[in-house]
Design a protein around this ligand. Structure first.
Ligand code: GLN
Length: 447
């Protein structure tokens, strides 16, 4: 009730929820209160959470922030949704997002942008901006987001909350509406690191319904949290301190470094030499995969269909022209172009080769350090409208989150200070594949 009341009071000005499931949530809460549902063996018994609206929920509208799925009601739950339900979580609703998770500001939602709770003139980040804003404004106890190139870490940083992108293959993507399948991962957005570990513990692990979900056991993510990090080596990549970085972000980083020194960690300089090519490689690979994944929205199988079209091809064209927003169309065109015969080698293959180099950079670096620490974004949250007309500026703002996505390694964003205007700044902790216990431990010691 407390959360639902807050949502009613605050969300009209934040727009972080697309759907609020008030009746269903209260009914389930009551079932736990009365004992009709047992709390025993349910680590999240009665905990009210929110889900990014890209995760399929049986019988509940799942829009992906798009007109084309405005009326889509999935007949099944995503694996993560099912696992959360089994662990006792209650869903308060589905959160706003950039259309099909394409964006860094939530301005690409077909249902209006979400606002940053710290300053409503500013973006909450994207694409999981609705989830991050809802957690920051205490409109839920925690949430799930998805990260393809930064969409969990960047909004967490802009909203002053914790966001964890797991290793690619750690969490099942079954029932996650696909954007770029080789990059997409689901992860928690929470108030603190322990909550992130709790949620990840529930959603992670093998699922036969996703062939890219790995069998490696998850282990206990909570036991490591409190272990001191004395003697650990933290790498600082010089390429992540980019030109144009906000001086207040640099200052917050310097402060974070001294906290780590006080905790007894050893800080070393490292190099990730191909960082500069991350944006170019990602913005070939992600749109290429998206153009293929989004071919299924043809007005026949899902959601919206343009009525009274003259013939089949016109129906396809009009459905897609009307159903998709401009950023999604831009990506479909870029992706279709770079995958077409004659261009494939020059673009998609080249980008895949660069991706391998970026991955090798990280593998090399982890010979010299246990984890990498860096800023999440070079700036704090920007103003609504500031970059909306300039896609390239928007893409460039992802420069520090894309490389980890391309490499498939885990990363967490944890609050590390404020600018003089009171805007939160996030610190990114990156680990080797399956290094979730270590990045959770480091960030928990820090927070
Ligand atoms: N901002 C990036 C993009 O627009 C990343 C999005 C994401 O991680 N879903 O593609």
């Amino acid at each position: 009730n407390a959360y639902l009341e807050r949502i009613e009071k605050l969300d009209p000005s934040l727009n972080s929820y697309l759907i609020v499931l008030a009746d269903q949530a209260l009914e389930e809460a009551r079932a736990y209160d009365t004992g009709a549902l047992p709390l025993q063996d349910r680590p999240l018994g009665g905990v009210p959470l929110a889900l990014k609206d890209v995760l399929c929920t049986q019988g509940v509208r799942t829009t992906c922030g798009s007109r084309i799925l405005e009326d889509f009601i999935p007949p099944y739950d995503a694996t993560v949704v099912q696992r959360l339900k089994e662990s006792g979580a209650i869903f308060l609703g589905k959160t706003n997002m950039d259309e099909f998770a394409m964006g860094s500001s939530n301005e690409n939602s077909a249902f209006g942008p979400t606002r940053n709770p710290w300053d409503r003139q500013r973006v909450p980040g994207g694409s999981s901006g609705g989830s991050a804003a809802a957690v920051a404004a205490e409109l839920c106890a925690g949430a799930l987001g998805t990260d393809t190139g930064g969409s969990i870490r960047q909004p967490a940083s802009f909203c002053g909350v914790v966001g964890l992108k797991p290793t690619y293959g750690r969490v099942s993507r079954y029932g996650l509406v696909a954007f770029a399948s080789s990059l997409d991962q689901i992860g928690p957005i929470t108030k603190d690191v322990k909550d992130a570990a709790l949620l990840l513990q529930v959603i992670a692990g093998h699922d036969p319904r996703d062939s890219t979900c790995l069998e490696q056991p998850v282990g206990d993510l909570l036991t490591h949290l409190d272990k001191p990090i004395q003697g650990m080596t933290l790498g600082i990549p010089k390429e992540y301190f980019v030109e144009g970085m906000d001086p207040e972000v640099s200052r917050a980083m310097e402060d974070a470094f001294s906290v780590f020194k006080d905790l007894g960690a050893r800080l070393v300089d490292i190099s990730l030499p191909h960082t500069d090519y991350g944006v170019a490689a990602y913005y070939i690979i992600a749109p290429a995969e998206a153009s293929s994944n989004l071919a299924r929205y043809d007005g026949v199988k899902y959601g919206f269909r343009k009525q009274q079209a003259r013939d089949l091809l016109t129906m396809y064209r009009e459905t897609r022209s009307h159903g998709f927003g401009s950023e999604v169309k831009r990506r479909i065109m870029l992706g279709t172009y770079s995958l077409s015969a004659g261009y494939y080698d020059a673009y998609y293959r080249k980008a895949s080769q660069v991706r391998t180099l970026i991955k090798q950079d990280f593998m090399q670096a982890f010979h010299h350090c246990d984890v990498i620490i860096a800023p999440v974004v070079p700036t704090p949250a920007f103003k609504i409208g500031e970059k909306a007309q300039d896609p390239l500026q928007m893409y460039l703002s992802d420069i520090l989150t894309l490389p980890a996505s391309l490499a498939g390694i885990p990363g967490i964003s944890v609050p590390c200070g404020y600018t003089s205007d009171g805007l939160p700044v996030g610190l990114q902790v990156l680990g080797p594949h399956f290094g979730e216990p270590t990045i959770l431990q480091v960030s928990h010691n820090f927070e």
